[in-house]
Design a protein around this ligand. Structure first.
Ligand SMILES: Cc1ncc(C[n+]2csc(CCOP(=O)(O)OP(=O)(O)O)c2C)c(N)n1
Ligand SMILES: [Mg+2]
Length: 194
């Protein structure tokens, strides 16, 4: 029996803010090195990622696929630089690898690829699909009687996709209390305001 995963409690807000700043600095360095990538959502969500990975989620960088881990799906896969930076700062892999973002053969592609890195639970990029993926995970946990939670991160413009609303209605119908969603309400999408 493995030890239960410990959260860093109580959350230290000043430390989390510093961690978020480090993550933002990583994101800038990665995008400059790659010469491309989505900056807005990656920078805007750094505080949420810091809070999730340093104060909320039950995850274990030393045993990233342990069965009782919380699951994370990044539906807005284009902001994966912030996910990669957070995972590296949390110890899932070497921070130096961040500089390989978007290079041919790198594990850090422009959109997340399932299990390409420890902690990447699902592929994403085509907007609108992540909540459905997370619902599948949450249903699986319920069927197994497992205590782990699923967190799905979404962007606001992606809510234009009908699949999101179908998934929202499904999650409500089946009362998936083991599912949490986070929406990046930044009011922007590619061609203007949402
Ligand atoms: C199905 C689909 N259509 C279009 C795109 C191209 N695309 C990538 S990011 C983006 C912006 C969407 O806005 P939002 O979801 O609010 O994300 P933000 O730009 O705020 O990070 C679009 C349209 C995509 N990835 N998937
Ligand atoms: Mg947006």
């Amino acid at each position: 029996m493995t030890e239960p995963m410990q959260l860093r409690t109580p959350p230290d807000e000043a430390a989390l803010a510093r961690t978020a700043n480090t993550i933002r600095q990583d994101v800038i360095a990665m995008l400059v090195e790659a010469g491309s990538g989505h900056s807005a959502g990656s920078l805007g969500m750094a505080d949420v990622f810091a809070a999730l990975y340093f104060a909320v989620l039950h995850v274990d960088p030393d045993d990233p696929w342990r069965p009782d881990r919380d699951r994370v799906v990044l539906s807005n896969g284009h902001i994966c630089p912030v996910w990669y930076a957070t995972l590296a700062e949390r110890g899932f892999f070497d921070v130096a690898e961040l500089m390989t973002l978007r290079r041919l053969g790198s594990r850090l592609q422009g959109h997340p690829h399932v299990r390409s890195l420890p902690g990447i639970e699902a592929s994403s990029g085509p907007l609108g699909q992540g909540l459905s993926q997370g619902i599948g995970m949450a249903l699986a946990a319920r069927l197994d009687g497992a205590a782990w939670r699923t967190h799905v991160l979404l962007s606001d413009g992606e809510h234009d996709e009908g699949q999101i609303w179908e998934a929202v209605m499904f999650a409500a119908k089946y009362r998936l209390r083991n599912l949490t969603t986070w929406v990046d309400r930044n009011n922007i999408q590619i061609d203007g305001v949402t």
